[in-house]
Ligand binder design. Structure first.
Ligand code: ZN
Length: 360
């Protein structure tokens, strides 16, 4: 009889959310200049952001409509390396302007991620079975809240592995499945003064986009002195922290090769992730491509793998979809055998392997 107390870390990357109908990283890049919204005020603002980001691509990467878009990694890395060291990028972009471009790009990506997941019955079955069989923790690089929404539909409680407050200033419950989001979340506001994380109930959508946490009126005035958008934003005053006089914003690690993981919020989450990875008997990676650039995550995985008394006792299995490059990275990094890396997608893995995985 399998041991119900077996601990499993589900390590989720963007491939998991793509199975639920959310855009892949490539799709985010291709859609980055698309603006949406029926409200004229929202459309005006989003159109302005699209125009400024496309100007940035033209001037920095020689992009033109119809040509290949720059990668999100290059986009954020060039912004971060210049802005964080106080340098200009060419003649047009001061550190202040670069930070505005950075905030707007994250805002836009989060807006593109505001999609209700489509949860097919195999995914429901997968979630039900692994919860019956294992003590589950989730570690993820995903910003989106698709996994939370999967749990919420089944009234399954979850927590983010940190002390968060809600928009009324009350502490958020800490029971349920830990969802440890290594790069932050579309559902985390962050107070730069008291350093608390503020979340919205899932039914109210994503806090960062809904409360316009990354839309600072001053950013719009940097690019247009008499900005109607800035004036409109100033009339929307809900981004004050409820725990202190500070202002709510957010903290996320972007696609940049130089990720900013120094905020206390990340230290708390990464500590919890280290703990979960160290105690788990099994790691199941789904849709995470183990990029070479994720040096901190690769080191977290390697150190927690090797810190156990018998590293070989850890079961590692990987589910990818048509990604031979990622399969090779896993094989090189963990010494995995072919049968431990499944490259035909989650649906097919559920059909052919889930039962055996739970029976082991
Ligand atoms: Zn505060």
């Amino acid at each position: 009889m399998p041991n119900r107390a077996t601990s499993l870390v589900l390590f989720l990357g963007s491939g998991y959310s793509a199975e639920l109908g959310l855009p892949t990283t490539n799709a985010l890049r291709e859609k980055l200049l698309e603006c949406s919204g029926n409200d004229p005020e929202v459309r005006r603002r989003e159109k302005f952001i699209s125009a400024r980001v496309s100007d940035f691509w033209r001037r920095v990467f020689g992009w033109e409509p119809g040509s290949l878009t720059p990668s999100l990694e290059d986009h954020f890395t060039q912004v971060d390396l210049a802005a964080n060291s106080g340098h200009h990028l060419g003649g047009s972009y001061s550190p202040k302007k670069l930070r505005a471009i950075r905030r707007w790009t994250i805002h836009r990506v989060f807006k593109l991620l505001e999609i209700q997941p489509t949860i097919h019955s195999p995914i429901e079955e997968f979630l039900r079975k692994i919860r019956q069989r294992f003590r589950v923790s989730v570690v993820t690089t995903n910003w989106d809240i698709a996994f939370e929404r999967c749990l919420d539909l089944r009234k399954t409680p979850f927590n983010y592995g940190l002390h968060a407050i809600d928009v009324s200033g009350r502490r958020v419950a800490t029971e349920g499945i830990p969802i440890l989001k290594l790069h932050g979340s579309t559902n985390w506001g962050y107070c730069d003064c008291c350093q608390k994380v503020i979340t919205l109930p899932l039914g109210m959508g994503q806090i960062v986009v809904n409360l316009r946490l990354l839309l600072d009126p001053d950013d719009f005035r940097l690019f247009k002195k008499r900005s109607r958008i800035a004036t409109e934003l100033e009339q929307f005053q809900v981004n004050r922290c409820l725990a202190c006089p500070g202002r709510m914003t957010t903290r996320v690690a972007t696609f940049s090769y130089r990720k900013g993981l120094d905020a206390p919020v990340f230290q708390a989450v990464w500590d919890e992730a280290r703990h979960a990875l160290a105690w788990a008997n099994r790691w199941l990676f789904i849709g995470y491509s183990l990029p070479e650039a994720d040096i901190e995550i690769r080191h977290l995985l390697k150190t927690t793998q090797l810190a156990r008394k018998r590293p070989a006792s850890l079961s590692i299995e990987v589910v990818l979809k048509d990604d031979p490059g990622a399969a090779e990275r896993y094989a090189r990094f963990f010494g995995l055998r072919d049968e431990q890396v499944f490259n035909c997608g989650l649906g097919s893995w559920i059909n052919s392997r889930l039962q055996g995985y739970c029976a082991k």
